[in-house]
Design a protein around this ligand. Structure first.
Ligand code: PBG
Length: 326
């Protein structure tokens, strides 16, 4: 085996053509899912203060944005709803006239081939801001499952292509898979937030979606950031229950988790580049402290290198443009 001076690793870095020949991971626009916030009402196009460039749209304002996303070659969006009405059991989440249900119908009209994923959770729809039914100050797992099932079914009835439960209740993938199959929708895949950590990186999202818990926090159902073996148990469980794709969330501080999941299981793995990760880059870029394009492409490429096949990211539209310019 050659060693220096015969071996020179710099030889393959001399030109961009050489570098591109030996590049191990590459970001493609087809890897991306663009998260969007839809708010019940009309004529709403409101930028989210902590997420520059990301807006809440009312359903009537969506068509233009959707055409732009589809036109950039981004294959999928994931929808989060901000309802007008919140209550104890999140009834707006499974209302046929709910904001996500309205949005799905509009999106399917303006871009029929765009994959519409819906986030299935109750936190944006409950008055207490927790992801399930609260009993005696705790989120009750088993009472929450039927409501998640109703939400998923109602999204699919409205035309959703993929459902993505993000609540972290035990057994929800199984319950949703069963209900979809019983409803003759065995064709609908489940994108499961399998390893979702109780993370402070969700801060801007909770402002965007009005979903800050009114008491306590989510550590009783989301995972402890210190754990990785437990993530593998979560992922294994979701796959056994019928998940088609698993998500690790957040992404940047959890690249080791993505790697472990990729090495242990064979299903597609998605990384969620969350709101706080986006906000940090945007804030630093606005100050002129970081090169937004280079930092973003580097971070997303790192997620691919760690083993992600799919990336959910608020940077999707920018990334699509940057990749076109290359
Ligand atoms: C709903 C949900 C959250 C996110 C996605 N789905 C918030 C949370 O769990 O508090 C976070 C997304 C982001 O920060 O970008 N449960």
């Amino acid at each position: 085996m050659a060693v220096f001076p015969q071996l020179r690793l710099r030889r393959l870095r001399r030109t961009e053509s050489l570098r591109s020949m030996v590049r191990e991971s590459e970001l493609h626009v087809t890897d991306l899912i663009y998260p969007m916030f839809v708010e019940d009402g009309s004529r709403i196009r409101q930028e989210i203060a902590s997420m520059p460039g990301i807006f809440r749209f009312s359903p009537d304002q969506l068509a233009g944005e959707i055409e732009e996303v589809a036109g950039l070659g981004i294959p999928a969006v994931i929808l989060f709803g901000i309802p007008q009405h919140k209550d104890e059991t999140g009834t707006s989440a499974y209302d046929d006239q709910g904001v996500v249900q309205q949005a799905i119908r509009i999106i399917k009209q303006s871009a029929p081939d765009l994959v519409v994923v819906t986030d299935v959770c109750l936190c944006e729809y409950t008055d207490h801001g927790h992801c399930g039914v609260v009993v005696d100050g705790h989120v009750d797992n088993d009472l929450t499952l039927p409501l998640l099932v109703k939400t998923a079914l109602s999204h699919v009835e409205a035309g959703a292509d993929v459902v993505a439960p993000s609540d972290m209740m035990d057994g929800r993938v199984k319950a949703i898979r069963q209900a979809l199959d019983d409803a003759d929708r065995a064709d609908i895949p489940i994108l499961a937030y399998a390893a979702k950590y109780a993370s402070a990186f969700y801060g801007p999202f909770r402002d965007a979606a009005d979903s800050v818990p009114q008491f306590g926090d989510r550590r009783g159902y989301q995972m402890d950031p210190a754990n990785v073996r437990e993530a593998l148990r979560e992922v294994e469980q979701d796959i056994k229950e019928g998940a088609d794709i698993v998500i690790v969330k957040p992404a940047l501080a959890y690249l080791d988790v993505i790697r472990r999941v990729r090495d242990t299981f064979n299903c597609p793995v998605a990384a969620y580049n969350v709101s706080g990760e986006y906000a940090m880059v945007k804030a630093a870029a606005q100050q002129g402290w970081l090169d937004e394009q280079r930092v973003t492409l580097e971070a997303l490429t790192a997620m691919k290198r760690a083993g992600a096949d799919i990336i959910l990211t608020y940077h999707a539209k920018d990334v699509a443009r940057w990749l076109q310019q290359r």
